[in-house]
Design a binder for this molecule. Structure first.
Ligand code: GLN
Ligand code: ZN
Length: 760
């Protein structure tokens, strides 16, 4: 029998009950002293290690824990503290660390951005003032701690030099090579010290290797790893890739490292194909990323064993290390508290702890023979099968409808140009119409009312009366401000996806399925477990009520199919494309219900469209095509005079403009002022010929912008966009703002529009 090891690539930081988040937030609000925080975090960190040890994982990651973000940890370890934080050498104090993450008096926080195509956000390293040096060997500390406290032979995890530098900013392309040299030297020092300590494996995360690199770039990657290997030849380096298949398989497997970690979930086809074609070096370990680190479902372990069997044509099983596809940071901690869910559904779930069980089960099957674990495998696979066969997942009507969609090309009856004329006649809006993006402030009062209702203290009727009252007040305010197109204010919604998930069939909500989004912020995505079906109208009552209070048009407000999809955990037994169509069909019924109830302006928000783009450029078009189709499925059945709006938050436009146009929304609104109008530039090269509103003020700040600032923004926009198509609106929804600042800002916005209309 083989001697196969199991490994983990990273474990959630947040704790089974979000203890981590609570500790950090108590510290920030002054309720915990620094030493109290540190001691709480020590406990959480050791707990995580203990769990992995108890589960029997052979290679347990260390240095994957953080007090905020692992990229920020790397920056701080290299002393990369921008000047504005006034740090002058030595170990970086906690206050500076958190200031970089969250900003402080007088120093803006470092930029935060998405970690590849996940919903995790990292702090972008800034190199402009940098003199990279090693302030402390954190991986060594983490290794020592695991060893002395628990006897664990830990595997330090670091973001690899190439990915680290690629994700940093504050340097010009011609500085890249010399910076890479400097950083590689620092990594080499870390490695040497780890080697002296007797460390066996080190994991370098290089997810950038799943994107396309040029020949020169590959040569640089190769020279980095040559140097690192030469610096600490006794250490075994696991070069870890994830989120897709590697783009340059042959070059990557020949790097001078001792292990290559490949993602056999999100890069299944590409990696399998290349491995079978080109083989795999006999002197390396293959980290087989088998268990999905980004989804919450139990795996079909028979299929995993089959895959291992296939790979064994080219790789000896003794070369395998069985691991998740990526760090488990992207999944919740444990299903232990999910006893309110349907038992069939609960049994089909697998969060981080359960995924570790899957890993060790597979490893035992390899080491001791399948017979030795046949009972457990059977039980496991039965749970998966029960879910797949369950009526929860099999709504024949929906499946029939969805299969019809595949060959369809849903379009509006008339072209945009023709619709525009019809709509202009119907709505008779002024030039540069003003509107908002949907939500108005969710004041403490609103949140308290929701709590009262959820706890049973208030009856449903009481709560609804309260909501109606809010809408009535804000309709009055909007009329008073002089906005042209009004909204009901979204007071009944906490979250734009959860709200719809709770009303559609096929969604479930976990008790404790939290994952880290950024810093201490965690989200609890809905679970799309079954066929999605429309049950009852979801937004008609509130919208119709709002419309009854005014003669101005009120826009209906829905979340689009792709955003609902991308912000949920999605079943993995059918394609994401089909799930998107199911959601789209349900939304189509809502759109029709709104229209029938007399709501003839309807906004379908798609802020998450862009973030769903695959990592490989060549896969973009197919994703965009079915996304556009899903959007059109939801919105194309309406009358010519019904005006469909959509909204995206900040969305780089230039490289997907054809797809944005293909959405065929009558009006789109996009965030632009936070990026200081950068987006406007894209319209110099690309024409956009549908209605468009570029947010004229930043809603992320309580500051009330002056009329002048907004006219400046309008002026810039109109230098590239047709005034007949231009709308005036804020960047995004206003739910996080206060009432007074919102009213003042909108007054200024309406004044800016009025001033400009006179000029035109
Ligand atoms: N209609 C939503 C709102 O106004 C849009 C939110 C978003 O774009 N993220 O809150
Ligand atoms: Zn937005």
């Amino acid at each position: 029998m083989a001697n196969v090891q199991s490994s983990n690539l990273g474990y959630p930081r947040i704790g089974a009950n979000r203890e981590w988040k609570k500790a950090l937030e108590s510290f920030w609000s002054g309720k915990l002293e620094e030493h109290e925080l540190l001691s709480k975090l020590d406990d959480i960190r050791l707990d995580r290690l203990r769990i992995q040890q108890e589960k029997g994982i052979d290679l347990i990651p260390v240095h994957d824990f953080t007090m905020y973000d692992h990229m920020l940890d790397m920056s701080v370890m290299f002393g990369l503290v921008p000047q504005r934080f006034k740090y002058d050498g030595g170990p970086v104090p906690l206050s500076v660390y958190f200031a970089m993450a969250r900003g402080s008096q007088g120093a803006a926080a470092c930029e935060m951005t998405k970690w590849f195509n996940t919903n995790y956000h990292y702090i972008v390293p800034e190199l402009q003032d940098a003199k990279p040096h090693l302030t402390v060997n954190k991986p060594l500390e983490a290794y020592r701690e695991a060893k002395s406290s628990l006897g664990i032979e830990g595997k330090p995890v670091l973001v690899g030099p190439y990915t680290f530098l690629k994700l940093s900013k504050g340097y010009t392309p011609d500085q890249f090579e010399s910076l890479l040299d400097q950083f590689t030297d620092l990594y080499a020092v870390i490695l040497k010290e780890l080697e002296q300590e007797g460390v066996q494996w080190v994991q370098f995360d290089e997810p950038i290797l799943v994107t396309s690199l040029t020949k020169d770039e590959l040569a640089l990657v190769s020279s980095v790893y040559k140097k690192l290997h030469a610096a600490a030849p006794a250490i075994r380096i696991m070069l870890q890739t994830y989120f897709d298949s590697v783009s340059h398989y042959v070059e990557i497997i020949s790097l001078p490292v001792q292990g290559i970690g490949l993602d056999f979930v999100h890069g299944l086809d590409g990696n399998t194909e290349q491995l079978l074609k080109h083989g795999f070096p006999e002197d390396k370990v293959l980290g087989v990323g088998l268990i999905n680190g980004r989804n919450i479902w139990r795996s079909d372990l028979d299929a995993k064993l089959e895959l291992l069997d296939t790979l064994s044509q080219k790789v000896k099983p003794s070369q395998y290390v069985i691991q998740p596809s990526c760090s488990l940071l992207h999944v919740p901690v444990s299903t232990a508290h999910e006893d309110k869910l349907d038992p069939v559904l609960r049994q089909a779930l697998s969060f981080a702890n359960e995924k570790l069980d899957e890993l060790t089960l597979l490893t035992s099957a390899l080491n001791n023979g399948i017979e030795s674990v046949s009972e457990q495998l059977k039980e496991h696979n039965q749970a998966v099968a029960a879910m797949n066969q369950s009526s929860l997942r099999n709504n024949e009507q929906v499946q029939k409808e969805t299969s019809k969609v595949v060959g369809l090309n849903p379009t509006r009856a008339l072209s945009f140009e023709e619709r525009r004329k019809a709509q202009q006649k119907k709505w008779n809006l002024p030039l540069l119409p003003t509107t908002t993006i949907g939500s108005f402030p969710q004041s403490t009062e609103v949140r308290q009312a929701r709590k009262n209702w959820r706890s049973g203290e208030w009856s449903a009727e009481q709560y609804e009366t309260f909501l109606a009252e809010q809408t009535r007040a804000w309709i009055e305010i909007q009329e008073d401000i002089g906005l042209d197109v009004l909204v009901h204010g979204e007071f009944e919604r906490t979250d734009m996806v959860e709200f719809f998930g709770e009303k559609l069939d096929g969604f479930a909500f976990t008790a404790n399925g939290w994952v880290q989004s950024y810093g201490s912020r965690c989200v609890k995505p809905p679970v799309i477990y079954g066929d999605v079906e429309f049950v009852n109208p979801m937004t008609v009552k509130e919208t119709v009520y709002a419309q009854s209070l005014t003669s101005k048009p009120v826009k209906g407000m829905l979340t689009g199919p792709i955003t609902i999809l991308n912000w949920s955990f999605v079943r993995d037994d059918i394609s994401r494309e089909l799930v998107a169509y199911q959601i789209a069909l349900a939304l189509r019924l809502e759109v029709n219900a709104l229209e029938q109830a007399g709501i003839e302006m309807i906004q379908v928000d798609e802020p998450a469209l862009r973030e769903g783009l695959p990592l490989k450029r060549e896969d973009w078009q197919s994703y965009l095509d079915w996304s556009v189709k899903a959007f059109r499925l939801s919105t194309s059945s309406v009358k010519d005079t019904t005006q469909i709006h959509t909204h995206m938050c900040y969305c780089e436009f230039h490289d997907i403009i054809d797809s944005i146009r293909a959405l065929d929304a009558d009006v789109i609104s996009i965030e632009t002022s936070r990026s200081h109008g950068e987006l406007i530039g894209s319209f110099e090269e690309h024409t956009y010929d549908h209605g468009i509103g570029l947010g004229v003020y930043d809603i992320h700040s309580p500051r009330v912008p002056e009329v002048d600032e907004m006219t400046q923004m309008i002026k810039r926009a109109l230098s590239v966009l047709d005034p007949e198509l231009f709308w005036i609106n804020p960047d995004c929804g206003l739910k996080t703002r206060g009432r007074d600042e919102t009213v003042a800002a909108l007054r200024n916005m309406v004044a800016a529009a009025a001033q400009y209309r006179e000029v035109l």
